[in-house]
Design a protein. Sequence first.
Length: 138
Amino acid sequence: MTTSVARGSCLCGAVRFRAELPSKWVAHCHCTFCRRAHGSPFVTWAGFPSEQFALEPGSESPTWYESSAGAKRGFCARCGSPMFFQSTRWPGEMHVARALFTDPLDREPSAHVFYESHVSWFNANDDLPKKVSQSPQQ
Protein backbone atom coordinates (compact mmCIF):
# COMPACT_ATOMS: atom_id res chain seq x y z
CA MET A 1 0.00 0.00 0.00
CA THR A 2 1.34 3.43 -0.97
CA THR A 3 1.04 6.28 1.50
CA SER A 4 0.12 9.64 0.06
CA VAL A 5 2.53 12.34 1.15
CA ALA A 6 2.38 16.09 0.72
CA ARG A 7 5.65 17.99 0.82
CA GLY A 8 6.53 21.63 1.21
CA SER A 9 9.12 24.13 2.33
CA CYS A 10 9.81 27.66 3.48
CA LEU A 11 10.59 30.43 0.97
CA CYS A 12 14.32 29.69 0.75
CA GLY A 13 13.96 25.89 0.94
CA ALA A 14 16.13 25.48 4.06
CA VAL A 15 13.26 23.99 6.10
CA ARG A 16 11.57 21.18 4.19
CA PHE A 17 8.83 18.92 5.48
CA ARG A 18 6.50 16.08 4.60
CA ALA A 19 3.07 15.19 5.91
CA GLU A 20 1.34 11.87 5.39
CA LEU A 21 -2.26 12.14 4.27
CA PRO A 22 -5.01 12.19 5.28
CA SER A 23 -4.95 15.57 6.96
CA LYS A 24 -7.22 16.11 9.97
CA TRP A 25 -8.63 19.43 8.72
CA VAL A 26 -7.86 22.61 6.77
CA ALA A 27 -9.25 25.95 7.98
CA HIS A 28 -8.75 29.71 7.86
CA CYS A 29 -7.75 31.17 11.26
CA HIS A 30 -8.59 34.80 12.04
CA CYS A 31 -7.12 34.98 15.57
CA THR A 32 -4.99 37.98 16.50
CA PHE A 33 -1.86 35.86 17.03
CA CYS A 34 -2.02 34.26 13.56
CA ARG A 35 -2.71 37.59 11.89
CA ARG A 36 0.26 39.24 13.56
CA ALA A 37 2.62 36.30 13.07
CA HIS A 38 1.89 36.16 9.33
CA GLY A 39 1.10 39.82 8.59
CA SER A 40 -2.14 38.76 6.96
CA PRO A 41 -5.90 39.08 7.63
CA PHE A 42 -6.02 35.30 8.25
CA VAL A 43 -3.85 32.19 7.94
CA THR A 44 -4.95 28.96 6.33
CA TRP A 45 -3.68 25.99 8.33
CA ALA A 46 -3.65 22.26 7.63
CA GLY A 47 -3.75 20.07 10.74
CA PHE A 48 -2.01 16.69 10.96
CA PRO A 49 -1.47 14.14 13.71
CA SER A 50 2.10 14.79 14.89
CA GLU A 51 3.19 11.27 13.94
CA GLN A 52 2.24 11.99 10.30
CA PHE A 53 4.56 15.01 10.11
CA ALA A 54 8.36 15.05 9.69
CA LEU A 55 11.15 17.27 8.49
CA GLU A 56 12.79 15.99 5.33
CA PRO A 57 16.27 14.44 5.72
CA GLY A 58 18.92 17.16 5.45
CA SER A 59 16.42 19.91 6.26
CA GLU A 60 17.30 22.65 8.70
CA SER A 61 15.23 22.67 11.87
CA PRO A 62 12.79 25.52 12.36
CA THR A 63 13.30 28.06 15.10
CA TRP A 64 10.48 28.05 17.64
CA TYR A 65 8.89 31.05 19.35
CA GLU A 66 6.47 30.74 22.29
CA SER A 67 3.72 33.09 21.12
CA SER A 68 1.49 32.52 24.15
CA ALA A 69 1.36 30.17 27.13
CA GLY A 70 1.35 26.60 25.82
CA ALA A 71 1.63 27.64 22.17
CA LYS A 72 4.64 27.88 19.89
CA ARG A 73 5.24 28.88 16.29
CA GLY A 74 7.99 27.53 14.06
CA PHE A 75 9.68 29.61 11.40
CA CYS A 76 12.71 29.45 9.15
CA ALA A 77 15.68 31.21 10.76
CA ARG A 78 17.19 31.86 7.33
CA CYS A 79 14.29 33.46 5.38
CA GLY A 80 11.80 34.14 8.20
CA SER A 81 8.89 32.19 6.71
CA PRO A 82 6.24 31.46 9.38
CA MET A 83 5.55 27.75 9.04
CA PHE A 84 4.23 25.70 11.97
CA PHE A 85 2.06 25.91 15.05
CA GLN A 86 1.72 23.59 18.05
CA SER A 87 -0.32 24.07 21.20
CA THR A 88 -1.32 22.22 24.33
CA ARG A 89 -4.87 23.16 23.31
CA TRP A 90 -4.55 20.68 20.41
CA PRO A 91 -2.15 18.03 21.75
CA GLY A 92 -0.65 15.61 19.28
CA GLU A 93 -1.22 17.90 16.28
CA MET A 94 1.11 19.80 13.98
CA HIS A 95 -0.46 22.73 12.17
CA VAL A 96 1.27 23.66 8.92
CA ALA A 97 0.69 26.85 6.94
CA ARG A 98 -1.28 25.64 3.90
CA ALA A 99 0.48 27.93 1.42
CA LEU A 100 3.82 26.20 2.03
CA PHE A 101 2.76 22.88 0.48
CA THR A 102 4.04 22.25 -3.03
CA ASP A 103 2.04 19.01 -3.33
CA PRO A 104 -1.76 18.87 -3.34
CA LEU A 105 -3.63 18.14 -0.13
CA ASP A 106 -6.61 15.85 0.30
CA ARG A 107 -9.10 18.58 1.26
CA GLU A 108 -9.97 22.23 0.89
CA PRO A 109 -10.60 24.65 3.79
CA SER A 110 -13.82 23.79 5.61
CA ALA A 111 -14.30 26.73 8.01
CA HIS A 112 -13.25 30.13 9.28
CA VAL A 113 -12.21 29.85 12.93
CA PHE A 114 -11.90 32.59 15.55
CA TYR A 115 -13.95 34.67 13.13
CA GLU A 116 -15.04 37.01 15.94
CA SER A 117 -11.47 38.39 15.74
CA HIS A 118 -11.50 39.06 11.99
CA VAL A 119 -10.25 42.43 10.79
CA SER A 120 -12.92 44.97 9.87
CA TRP A 121 -11.50 45.49 6.39
CA PHE A 122 -11.94 41.86 5.32
CA ASN A 123 -15.19 39.93 5.07
CA ALA A 124 -15.24 36.29 4.11
CA ASN A 125 -17.90 36.17 1.42
CA ASP A 126 -17.97 32.41 1.05
CA ASP A 127 -20.34 29.74 2.32
CA LEU A 128 -17.93 28.24 4.86
CA PRO A 129 -19.04 28.21 8.52
CA LYS A 130 -17.77 31.17 10.57
CA LYS A 131 -16.86 29.58 13.91
CA VAL A 132 -16.29 31.50 17.11
CA SER A 133 -13.32 30.49 19.30
CA GLN A 134 -13.45 26.85 18.21
CA SER A 135 -11.13 24.30 16.77
CA PRO A 136 -11.56 23.56 13.05
CA GLN A 137 -12.96 20.12 13.91
CA GLN A 138 -15.83 21.32 16.10
